[in-house]
Design a protein around this ligand. Structure first.
Ligand code: UDP
Ligand code: MG
Length: 332
């Protein structure tokens, strides 16, 4: 491609907004209305090209989400839908959307309007200036509960400590160029943690700040268990530090026990003090038992990952598509 043509593309790209949805019937009407208005505005001002559209990924919803998406796609050529065969989790749904939607740039965001739409024009502007990936980062977390704020902040710090390269306070609200998305295609890990993976792609990247709002309607689809599981993926998919920690703790305890043995011999040989009894026998037993079980658990977690990956199962199945973006002319 000659440089002039690629410059023209960069000035006026086709934008696809990718939104995973799981039981989002309460928010979809408002989300669609706001996103359509945004696309129309950006198109009118010449920031994005004709053909830009919303791509909803229905992650196996049990409510009217898919019916709504398909009826919107009949009424408007700005709405398209991808239906997964069952619930595969936010990360897989997001990946499916990124890998399936057309467009020169793709912006992923949540369906519940928590991500500030006004950050989108700024993200597009960063792309036009040359960034291949634009991370939206939260300025403040004043809308989150105290628990969520503290746990999220400690988690980001913990990941950084473990050597995981991550963009601080960035979740999955980001812009990716076609080139970056194509690079993502070659990673086929079973346990996805996109916000850890994408910074590893390299390419020129930048950040824009936004304030996260409260969920527009409906309930969070990320209960504590799902959140903990994602957090754990983030650690074990990108860091072998927990395994190393086990080695360190094991070594320290071994050295300590040698010292204890030495002390016991010295006591026995050179003093007539009573030998340590119950406490010194039972406490180390429980302690070591605990350390061993924990270590086995952590090793087991990595082994389970190898097991899951070795099966190499597909991460999602697309059941159906709707919308102009997938029709004959917008073909895929
Ligand atoms: N989501 C999904 N599959 C799931 C859980 C969530 O596609 O199994 C979507 C959900 O519809 C939303 C986004 O992921 O668009 C973020 O979820 P949510 O807003 O419930 O999470 P929170 O903001 O509470 O962390
Ligand atoms: Mg949300």
């Amino acid at each position: 491609m000659d440089i002039q043509k690629s410059d023209a593309l960069r000035r006026m790209p086709v934008l696809s907004l990718v939104l995973p949805c799981y039981n989002e019937q309460e928010v979809l009407p408002e989300t669609t209305r706001q996103l359509e208005a945004l696309l129309a505005r950006l198109q009118a001002s010449g920031e994005i090209a004709e053909g830009s559209a919303i791509y909803y990924v229905d992650d196996g919803s049990r409510d009217a989400t898919w019916d709504m998406i398909s009826s919107y796609s009949e009424q408007s050529d700005k709405v398209c839908g991808i239906k997964l065969s069952r619930n595969r989790g936010h990360q897989n749904a997001l990946l499916c959307g990124l890998l399936t939607a057309p467009g020169d740039i793709l912006i992923s965001l949540d369906a519940d309007l928590q991500d500030d739409l006004e950050a989108i024009p700024r993200m597009v502007a960063e792309y036009r200036k040359g960034s291949e990936i634009v991370f939206a980062v939260r300025r403040r977390r004043n809308k989150d509960t105290f628990f969520k704020r503290v746990s999220a902040e400690s988690y980001y710090k913990f990941l950084a400590f473990m050597g995981v390269q991550i963009v601080y306070n960035h979740a999955d609200f980001r812009l990716m160029s076609r080139r970056a998305v194509e690079s993502l295609r070659s990673y086929d890990e079973t346990h996805l943690f996109l916000r850890g993976l994408i910074p590893q792609l390299g390419y020129k990247s930048s950040t824009v700040e936004f304030d996260r709002a409260e969920r527009f309607a409906g309930e969070s689809k990320y209960p504590l268990t799902k959140m903990l599981s994602l957090a754990w993926q983030g650690v074990t998919s990108f860091s072998a530090y927990p395994l190393r920690l086990i080695t360190g703790v094991g070594m320290a305890i071994s050295i300590l026990s040698l010292a204890m043995a030495f002390w016991a011999i010295v006591t026995k040989l050179f003093t007539n003090q009573a030998l340590p009894g119950w406490a010194s026998t039972v406490i180390p037993m429980y302690f070591l038992g605990g350390v061993q079980l924990l270590s086995l658990g952590i090793i087991g977690e990595y082994v389970a990952k190898i097991f899951e990956s070795s099966k190499n199962r597909p991460r999602f199945h697309v059941e159906s598509l709707c919308g102009k973006g997938f029709s004959e002319d917008g073909s895929r």
